[in-house]
Design a binder for this molecule. Structure first.
Ligand code: 4NP
Length: 162
């Protein structure tokens, strides 16, 4: 068995895949590298309106403040294979979680094997809370998004053994 076989894999899902989930992907990349943890990381949106687009310029700017360039990320919609490809799927808010559970493949063929949960449930004291959508907000809202997803990412790294 090669190391890739058991490498953990994490998918972050928000609505548009241009604000919150790209920042969550970036935060986990930063924390995983810091911990020396090998993990497959991706992000997607429940909606496909922004598919193919780079992250929101405000998200790119916020990530850059923390030393990571996400301008090369491209938005995509979540697809049925994701539920078998990823061991963990984290929803950024409750609506994203409901949408994921609704589209999760349930038939015998291609049945979902991913553990699906609300991202902030992994942070003690923040269970049941959303990473608030900063899309209609300002730079401060994007900074708050970063704080939330970075805290969650630290707990994910601990849970994955990093
Ligand atoms: P995200 O933010 O789900 O964090 O990427 C949004 C991006 C786009 C839209 C909504 C939220 N939109 O309606 O286009």
């Amino acid at each position: 068995m090669g190391p890739h076989v058991s490498q953990p894999s994490v998918l972050f899902v928000c609505l548009g895949n241009i604000c919150r989930s790209p920042l969550a992907e970036a935060a986990l990349r930063v924390e995983a590298v810091a911990a020396g943890l090998a993990v497959t990381i991706d992000s997607a949106g429940t909606g496909g309106w922004h598919a193919g687009e780079p992250p929101d310029p405000r998200a790119i700017a916020e990530a850059a403040r923390h030393g990571i360039d996400i301008s090369g990320y491209r938005a995509r919609q979540v697809r049925s294979q994701d539920f078998q490809r990823f061991g963990h799927i984290y929803a950024l808010d409750q609506q994203n979680l409901r949408d994921l559970k609704r589209i999760e493949p349930k038939g015998l063929l291609g049945r979902s094997t991913a553990r699906i949960s609300l991202l902030m449930d992994i942070v003690p004291g923040r269970e049941g809370t959303a990473v608030v959508d900063p899309y209609g907000g300002n730079a401060e809202d994007f900074a708050q998004t970063w704080e939330d997803v970075r805290e969650a990412a630290r707990h994910i790294v601990v849970r994955l053994g990093g």
